[in-house]
Unconditional design. Structure first.
Length: 424
């Protein structure tokens, strides 16, 4: 039998519905980030930088882009004969087929994979957070406390604590109480969804709770282990960590990369973030171009102005175009004299010449107020915006749109256009 001290199980099957049209055709962990990366690059890079060389990636929703990106794990040095990275989709068993119905249910359905490595510890990760963490330090903390479960936790503003699992600890950081998304939080120490389990404890809990509908770590497994007296500790983390689960937080996390002294630094030598790199030419900046405080991806051609923005690989910004406070993902084209203000534009989008995005006043969404509640213009991948139209704030567009889709040439703030094949 193969023996590994610690293996990682990376939950990457999330639909990411709060990212709206950005995740209509792609899982949230596969969404582009920072002009070069995809969100899943961060936990994968943390694993290999921490010496964790066996990673199971659990996929479910729209897995194609994610699977293609990860491949056999070469960019992260996870192409190993023993261990390495393994994609773990739901599969049909002799008694029938089961989708993953909760975070813990997904892990339970892969017991056989984990047993194959006979680990001492299992690291549970989410595939949709932006951060750097040395899991080896967390494991040392787990061992020093003789813990059964260690939960990475960090202080958050008390007014935001109800969005998270919240822990209450004693002076030794042993967890006294765990509340999943409480209406009235009694602590601001929030679970980051990163857990280290001693393997026998995890295995017993998963088997015991296997029939729980939608079995989840925060709602079921951790309360069960706590109630039966397992040693559960909080590992307090004070570095940068961002759940990019909403359009607002996704936009903010990208914008933070371009600060003069970025809160989250992608340029550190000692803790690199790895990604699958395509063979593409260098960027080209024309003599007439103007760029201020921006990230420009490889293979991009800039003929217009880019101000305070994150531009992905292979993007073309034509002459006279102005892009400000925006994210433009790879392969997109911004037409001549277009004006883009505070927009998130997904991959392979074409914005017509002279069009203006982000005009007028904010208005509440007529589409989905839980998802679309920011000043942002959000455009899904492969969409087409015709020439000389105006698009207001807090709008969503998905699909190939025509001039006649814009009454009097305008999509007013709070409105949306979603064509066949585009969703949310």
């Amino acid at each position: 039998m193969i023996k590994k001290e610690m293996i990682a199980m990376l939950l990457a099957g999330g639909q990411g519905s709060r990212l709206g049209v950005l995740t209509a055709k792609v899982a949230k962990p596969a969404v582009s980030f920072g002009g070069k990366y995809r969100i899943i690059d961060f936990p994968l890079s943390n694993c290999i930088n921490s010496g964790v060389d066996t990673v199971g990636v659990l996929t479910q929703y729209q897995p194609l882009r994610l699977n293609t990106h990860i491949g056999i794990g070469i960019p992260w040095d996870l192409d190993r004969n023993v261990g390495g990275v393994t994609i773990l989709p739901p599969y049909e068993k002799s008694k029938g087929s089961d989708w993953y119905t909760g975070t813990a249910n997904a892990i339970y359905q892969n017991l056989e994979y984990m047993e194959n490595y006979n680990p001492d510890y299992v690291l549970i990760l989410s595939g949709d957070h932006i951060y750097k963490m040395d899991y080896e330090v967390m494991l040392d903390y787990h061992k020093a406390n003789n813990a059964d479960i260690t939960i990475a936790a960090m202080p958050v503003p008390i007014e935001e604590a109800s969005r998270f699992g919240v822990v209450i600890t004693d002076d030794s950081n042993r967890i006294l109480e765990f509340e999943e998304k409480p209406a009235q939080p009694r602590s601001n120490l929030a679970s980051m969804g990163i857990y280290i389990f001693s393997w026998p404890v995890l295995r017993e809990a998963l088997v015991k709770m296997k029939d729980e509908p939608g079995c989840d770590f925060g709602k079921h497994i951790i309360p069960y282990c706590h109630e039966k007296g397992d040693r559960v500790f909080a590992y307090e983390y004070n570095g940068y960590w961002k759940d990019v689960g909403t359009l607002g937080s996704y936009w903010e996390a990208n914008m933070e990369l371009i600060d003069i002294i970025p809160e989250f630094n992608l340029y550190e030598e000692y803790w690199r973030i790895y990604t699958k790199s395509d063979i593409i030419p260098p960027q080209y900046i024309s003599g007439e171009a103007k760029i201020e405080k921006s990230i420009i991806g490889e293979g991009s051609e800039i003929y217009g102005q880019v101000i305070n923005s994150v531009i992905g690989a292979g993007v073309t910004i034509e002459k006279g175009a102005v892009v400000r406070d925006s994210i433009i993902m790879q392969g997109s084209r911004i037409g001549a004299d277009a004006k883009i203000d505070k927009a998130i534009i997904a991959e392979d989008v074409s914005v017509g010449a002279g069009s203006e995005l982000g005009v007028g006043e904010y208005a509440p969404s007529t589409y989905n107020q839980k998802v679309y509640q920011f000043d942002l213009v959000t455009i899904g991948e492969h969409s087409v915006i015709p020439d000389h139209v105006k698009i207001g704030k807090n709008t969503a567009i998905s699909g190939i749109t025509q001039k006649e889709d814009y009454p009097e040439g305008i999509l007013a703030g709070g409105n949306y256009i979603v064509k066949a094949g585009g969703t949310r």
